[in-house]
Write a protein that binds this ligand. Sequence first.
Ligand code: CP
Length: 320
Amino acid sequence: MKRFLKPEDIGNLHKALEDARTVKDNPFADQTLGKDKTLLLIFFNSSLRTRLSSQKAAMNLGMNVIVLDVNKDGWKLETEFGVVMDGDKAEHLREAIPVMGQYCDIIGVRSFAKFENKNDDYSEKILTQFIEYSGRPVISLESSTRHPLQAFADLITIEEYKTVERPKVVLTWAPHPRALPQAVPNSFVEWMKVADVDFVVTHPKGYDLAPEFMEGVAYEPDQNKAFQGADFIYAKNWASYTQYGEVLSQDRSWTVDEKKMSLTNQAKFMHCLPVRRNMIVTDAVIDSPDSIVIQEAGNRVVSAQTVLKRMLQTIAEEKE
Ligand code: CP
């Protein structure tokens, strides 16, 4: 495996879930695979879970880890081509990326949508440069449009907690005071489309996700109807795609509460975290025994380790 951005990159999903189970059951079985190999984690944006779970996953595999918070620790980086660099940016990504590639075997990159220009965000301007210029396998640690390690961990969690062969999974928009990217819902939709689940998305008017993600996905405008009979409720806020980056609603009637959860098949509550309590979800729901947000975050180690293991195996095969 040379890159991890979408479900196709991991190949057969049943096999990937089996591998994840093996990794979870015996996390230290592949310590020699990562010996003398280095993972470099580059953050253009803040993180708690992604940073710590990726580090832990790499350590479980015997790897060394270097973390760079670009905004705090490095030179200010220019990301545009053809500009006269007479401002405060001392280094261009075109040099910085191949240099980073010299210091590691695998690179993980976090670079969120900027919401300045939809085309720039949806063409993945930063991530594609890492793929093109680093000379190393690249893992998305959440890019402008996708968060695959989160979605893979979400699917691992659904597999663990499902009580029926083909559960009903609902992705619901929920209110938030700030404009948040579409990366988490885009990836969740993309992974649920290929998973063995009945999947429904519900959101207020104006919050349609990009057509390339939503094609073929069931949409229910009435949140209460969507919740009926659900086995998993996955809550998330995102800013408008059509009115790009705008917050069109903070309607708290969309907050996930006990009344809505009572419409479900005693659904498990999921969220990628961090979460705004009593905006996205009430205290009563997130503190209930049906909330699996902590277990979901725990599975971020499993998804990262499964992906890193595949990449290390590819590196080892190429050396033979
Ligand atoms: N869910 C998630 O990616 O969390 P962080 O932003 O803290 O990494």
